[in-house]
Design a protein around this ligand. Structure first.
Ligand SMILES: Nc1ncnc2c1ncn2[C@@H]1O[C@H](COP(=O)(O)OP(=O)(O)OP(=O)(O)O)[C@@H](O)[C@H]1O
Ligand SMILES: [Mg+2]
Length: 447
């Protein structure tokens, strides 16, 4: 290690800006000592400063040290608030919150010390996935994303219950611990400078607009609800690898955040159930009062989805907008399923067979009816012919003739009608003969 890097920090060593114009960033060489922390390496750089891995001799542990940008350090109001909030946040202990160990000042350099979390930020995880050569693996799987956001929400809810707001929930402030696999919220207690309405609209202050609620751009204060908005925007980003609102121009981006309805997550990722898109929508409503009342309500809705496949948010919007259908209903309508197609074909075939049977049954019933009528007609005619014969034998010729006439009328084109006509002729003929001979008895009647 060089002589320079092993000695304590001096102002002229440390305030070395890579950007000579702004003098905003502070680059500290490895080995430099600030307070009781020896800088080991630079971890990353954000909007408010640079984060270093450092070693704390007294407690023999590695920590993360965030050194604030010089322009922030020069804002006395902000410094007071930062010191107050960081000190209070140091009391926050939760398995999903990066613990703050303390704050410090060294030669006008302001920094805070926190638990060192080995791992990647959610922002890095989303970006790495998105660059994957395998198209199907370019997004975090939905259920993994839900499990992750539940952890984040658990930490955020605990903080809210303890009286803290985060004010900058976003994927870059969530680190997945390589060792424990836990999602850790970083930067709690690192309050942001309060923006004036003009600064907000010009985007001149630090911040991450895509995760910021509309009211912030209108100069309203941060509330639990603004953190809930950021939580929903983070979930959207995890599921789609896109920001909730997009624009290459900051002014138009802010205009969209304030005025436009964000697109649903399932529009960019077909794996996202509409029930979850509705949860994001509920978090990111323009009016804070339309969002979930607490982070716990958000947690309960995600859990409801994981347990029962439904969410209160979706049910709420479905009632408001009846055109909404559950994803399962839509799936049933839209998705081609060969087995369903088979069932459909079978149903049609059974219908055709059923209808054919019905037609056959009707035809055969008619035929049977006809057959029965014919059979019945035959019996009727035979009986009537026999009766007519008996009646003529008994001398009841008129009645016999009326029976025979009845056969001729009812079954005119049948052999029975012919028989009836022949008998009628016979019955009438002897009568004529007898009339001429002076006899009144027909021949048949006498037997
Ligand atoms: N406690 C920590 N342990 C380990 N690495 C950390 C810790 N805090 C931050 N980092 C790393 O340092 C990087 C920079 O963090 P920083 O908070 O400065 O950036 P940012 O979140 O993008 O911006 P900002 O929070 O200022 O808006 C992060 O991307 C992360 O990789
Ligand atoms: Mg950060």
């Amino acid at each position: 290690m060089s002589e320079k890097t092993d000695r304590p920090l001096h102002k002229q060593d440390t305030v070395r800006s890579p950007d000579e114009k702004s003098m905003e960033s502070i680059d500290i060489s490895p080995g430099t000592v600030i307070g009781e922390y020896r800088i080991v390496s630079k971890i990353g750089k954000g909007g408010m400063g640079i984060v270093y891995k450092a070693y704390q001799e007294s407690l023999e542990r590695y920590v993360a040290v965030k050194v604030l940008k010089t322009n922030l350090s020069q804002m006395s109001n902000y410094l007071q608030q930062f010191q107050y909030e960081a000190r209070s946040a140091a009391q926050l202990r939760h398995p999903n919150i990066v613990q703050i160990y303390g704050i410090g000042e060294h030669h006008d350099i302001h920094y805070f010390i926190m638990e060192l979390v080995p791992g990647k930020t959610l922002k890095e995880i989303i970006q790495e996935k998105h660059q994957s050569p395998v198209k199907s693996g370019r997004l975090i799987p939905v259920y993994d994303a839900l499990e992750m956001i539940l952890q984040v929400a658990g930490g955020l809810h605990f903080a809210h219950e303890s009286g803290f707001l985060h004010r900058d929930i976003k994927p870059a402030n969530i680190i997945k611990d390589d060792k424990t696999q836990r999602m850790m919220i970083a930067d709690f207690g690192l309050s942001r400078p309060v923006m004036t309405k003009k600064e907000s609209l010009l985007g001149s202050m630090t911040g991450t607009p895509p995760f910021m609620a509309p009211e912030i751009f209108l100069g309203k204060p941060w509330t639990k609800s603004t953190d809930i908005y950021a939580l929903g925007a983070t979930l959207f980003n995890m599921l789609t690898a896109r920001p909730l609102h997009e624009s290459n121009n900051l002014k138009s981006l802010i205009h969209k955040i304030v005025n436009e309805k964000p697109p649903p997550a399932h529009g960019f990722n077909r794996d996202v159930p509409e029930e979850i898109s509705a949860v994001i929508r509920k978090c990111t409503e323009k009016k804070p009062s339309d969002r979930y009342g607490t982070v716990d309500d958000f947690i309960k809705d995600i859990r409801l989805f994981l347990n029962e496949g439904r969410t209160h948010a979706f049910e709420f919007y479905s009632l408001k907008e009846p055109a909404l259908k559950t994803s399962s209903e839509k799936e049933e309508e839209n998705i081609y399923d060969p087995s369903k197609e088979k069932i459909k074909r079978r149903k049609i075939t059974s219908l055709i067979i059923g209808a054919s049977f019905m037609v056959a049954f009707i035809i055969s019933s008619l035929l049977y009816q006809d057959y029965r009528n014919i059979a019945h007609g035959r019996a009727y005619c035979r009986k009537k012919l026999q009766d007519a014969k008996n009646l003529s034998r008994m001398g009841r010729t008129d009645m016999a003739l009326s029976f025979l006439q009845d056969i001729c009328n009812k079954f005119p084109d049948t052999p029975y009608a012919e028989d009836a006509r022949r008998m009628m002729a016979e019955l009438k003929a002897p009568k004529k003969e007898k009339e001429t001979e002076g006899t009144n008895e027909p021949a048949v009647d006498s037997q």
